[in-house]
Design a protein around this ligand. Structure first.
Ligand SMILES: Cc1cc2nc3c(=O)[nH]c(=O)nc-3n(C[C@H](O)[C@H](O)[C@H](O)COP(=O)(O)OP(=O)(O)OC[C@H]3O[C@@H](n4cnc5c(N)ncnc54)[C@H](O)[C@@H]3O)c2cc1C
Length: 352
């Protein structure tokens, strides 16, 4: 289902810490299906700008669809950042924001595994959604390793205390405060994570923290396939400007003849099948959009995984990949926004 833009009312703005707020949205009944989300997914918000019309920024849902009534995102100020400061300073209850439907693939596929959740700063947001969901849906042990500058900057500190009180046998929270221990180091992470080295790892935080965690876990010989990571960054493209344009529909011919330097691809999407020429140097998502096919996408930069699809037949290659882990690649998953054909004849599905 394509991520579309909708207007949502902000029901409440909660101050979480001195530099983070949560925005709780009201979803009207006719959009309930469209805003159904999985733990770990995010919303993309349109932030008005005098300079550029708008900017688009992604914010992970900190709420859990399994215990929270309304979708909530949590935004932490980025020093000097435009979007995050606008959201923290300018949004009040009752305001209307333009929001893309939930997207992203940072979601556990099964809830009964033991989890090691690693977060720093605003990286807690999708981790919190996963943590709350796993406590409800699963039976495994959950350990959160959570790094922050100091005690006052710990987002969700009280909620976490309450969850530990309620689930003392299943949930362990290990805080790493920079004010007390300095920046997280690979050695320190390895020491803290050692008892949990057989757990599935979900990791979200700034580059320095993520690198320390990855190095620390490598020392424990935790295989790469067990580590799932969400990458935060600001979009350079603006999906809202694209969404506002009316796409020019081009009839998709059921059996288009291949161009001279093109492969042929059969694409299953939204219950329909299209057979199209796929020029060797053109990315699959662009080919689909060229043909007026309503393919899902947000960032077009490999970060969001909204355009994920499965190669059923034929060989492809991705130009960049920031979202899929080796295990997903081995199942044939690919990102349409980065995929070029290698075989002459291919079959790709978005419908799995
Ligand atoms: C999947 C995903 C999930 C995320 N989840 C979260 C989350 O849960 N919580 C969270 O806090 N962050 C999250 N992020 C990060 C978030 O999307 C932003 O990257 C972050 O808030 C920083 O954005 P910023 O605009 O404040 O800063 P920057 O992007 O650093 O802002 C500076 C940029 O804004 C431009 N700019 C400056 N002034 C203007 C202007 N007037 N008009 C237009 N442009 C201007 C500058 O040219 C520069 O490019 C997530 C990112 C991703 C990809």
């Amino acid at each position: 289902m394509t991520a579309r833009a909708h207007e949502l009312k902000v029901r409440e703005v909660l101050g979480e810490t001195a530099d983070a707020v949560s925005l709780i949205f009201d979803v009207p009944t006719d959009l309930t299906q469209r805003f159904a989300y999985a733990p770990g997914q995010y919303l993309t918000l349109r932030i008005p700008s005098d300079r550029t019309g708008s900017v688009a920024r992604c914010y992970s849902l900190s709420s859990s669809p399994h215990c929270d009534e309304r979708p909530t995102v949590t935004v932490k100020r980025t020093p000097g950042g435009y979007g995050s400061n606008w959201l923290c300073d300018s949004v009040s209850a009752g305001d209307i924001l333009t929001v893309l439907e939930p997207a992203g693939a940072f979601t556990p596929r099964t809830w009964n595994r033991d989890l090691l959740l690693c977060a720093a700063g605003s990286g807690i947001t999708p981790i919190m959604s996963i943590l709350k969901s796993a406590l409800i849906l699963g039976r495994g042990d959950i350990t959160l390793l959570y790094a922050n500058r100091d005690r006052a900057s710990v987002i969700f500190a009280e909620q976490l205390r309450q969850l530990v009180r309620r689930h003392p046998r299943r949930l362990t929270v290990l805080h790493w405060l920079e004010s007390e221990r300095g920046l997280p180091t690979a050695h320190g992470i390895a020491t803290a994570a050692r008892p949990y080295r057989r757990h599935d790892v979900y990791l979200c935080g700034p580059t320095g923290f993520a690198a320390a965690v990855e190095q620390g876990l490598a020392r424990l010989r935790i295989p790469e396939r067990a580590i799932h990571r969400e990458h935060y960054r600001s979009l350079t493209d603006n999906p809202f400007e694209r969404h506002l344009r009316t796409p020019t529909p081009v009839a998709a011919t059921p059996t288009a003849a291949p161009a001279a330097d093109a492969a042929t691809v059969r694409v299953d999407i939204d219950g329909n099948t299209h057979t199209l020429p796929w020029p060797r140097t053109r990315k699959l998502l662009d080919v689909l959009l060229d043909h007026g096919i309503d393919a899902p996408y947000v960032c077009r930069e490999s970060a969001c995984a909204t355009c994920v699809c499965t190669v059923k037949h034929g060989r492809t290659r991705m130009l960049t990949n920031e979202s899929l882990i080796p295990e997903e690649l081995s199942r044939g998953l690919t990102l349409a926004c980065q995929t070029l054909p290698e075989s002459d004849s291919l079959h790709i599905t978005f419908d799995e």
